[in-house]
Design a protein around this ligand. Sequence first.
Ligand code: HEM
Length: 426
Amino acid sequence: MRWAQAGPTYGAEIMTTLAPLREAPLSTELDWPDRMTPFTPFDRDIQADPIEHYRWLRANAPIVRAGDPAAPLYIVSRFADVTEGLRDATQFHSQLPGTTTPPGFLLNLDPPDHTRLRKAASSAFSPRAVAALEPRIIELVRARWMYFLDAGRGDAMAEFASPLTIAVISSVLGVPVEHSEQMRDWTTQMIDYLGVLLRGVPDDGSADAGPYRALTGYMNNVLDAAMQSPQDDVVGNIARLRLDGVLTAEETTGFVTILFSAGHETTTLLTGNCIDFLCDHPEWLEFLRQPDGPGQFLNEMLRYRPPVHRLTRFTHEDASLAGYRIPAGSSVRFLIGSANRDEAAFADPDVFDPLRSNSAHAGFGYGMHMCMGNWLARLEVRTILETIGQTVRRIERDTTIPRVPLTGGAFATVGLAALGVRVERL
Ligand code: HEM
């Protein structure tokens, strides 16, 4: 039995009252209001619009067990508990026991491997390498947006956000744009196989390893080419880490592979969330024309409607959080989408306010795995919002194209799969 420490401190003498750790209730056994189904992590309706469930969980059951009762997931919903858990890598691990993380897969590594790889990889994203990307990103954003604006209407996800973010990440990684659609398909198709590699899903042969091998093979070739004469850009810097023996060939290949997959869906969804919001509230176009407007708008959107809503960690031993026991071998889901709406952390959390005093959200994660590409995502989405502000007089939904919430996948992302939009030039 583990105990929680919950007591006042008097001078140098530490007086503690020890209380037994509580068991987290099962979501299905809670007294949910009639209008709500119990929270489960794999419900498509909840994924499409989870905010009311989050609010109820924070108020009534801040840590709850959900999913299969035989192998429940522990769901954490309050800002303080989410950020405490994500900072605590000794209790909450990124690697599932019994699995072998492919080399270079930063997100799934624990210290000391994570620390070593993150330090080396961060050096590849030097301020110089980042600054060098800006003109190219501006060019790509403007070209794609003008194409959409000239058409005057279309699906903003399929015809603007998705091709743009693929073009940007391909450009960053030195992948010719004519190959990028193929790469995106491999990224989507390898999800099942990654489940086998990273999540302990039994390998019954049904998950096809082909797309994963094809993508890593392609990335290996990209790095081989960059090694011939490494430039002062991100991929050149990563190639240099291989040349200098700081990282192995497998590590650099794995790292570049996850950069491609981590970089495009998230940025696509954030772009869609911004455009969707503008369709409902076109009065914000004026704010985007102010010098700091786009940066403040996108930061608040990352709090208000972040593309990533939950992060997974695993306990290797019995753990405790906020007075609850989380047994060894558990899978824990930290709801950053809920943390960002926690009234204990943000005043009027359901109000979109880019000028709010507390802008320190968890939309890019928290702790040692916090998003490494956040500068690139910010640069890209800020450029998109600047461009929209400078060029659009009127924006609204085009109801002839359905607005489709994203559902399925790993259920961790929230955003749109399709969004019909009409735009008029300024
Ligand atoms: C709006 C866009 C983005 C969002 C919302 C986002 C969100 C996140 C979040 C929440 C994490 C933490 C994951 C965890 O703790 O388990 C993360 C990690 C990461 N992201 Fe992003 N991301 C975005 C764009 C990008 C881009 C453009 C790149 C790279 C080109 C990127 C690369 C990474 C990497 C490498 C990690 C792993 C860091 C580590 O494990 O130390 N992300 N991202």
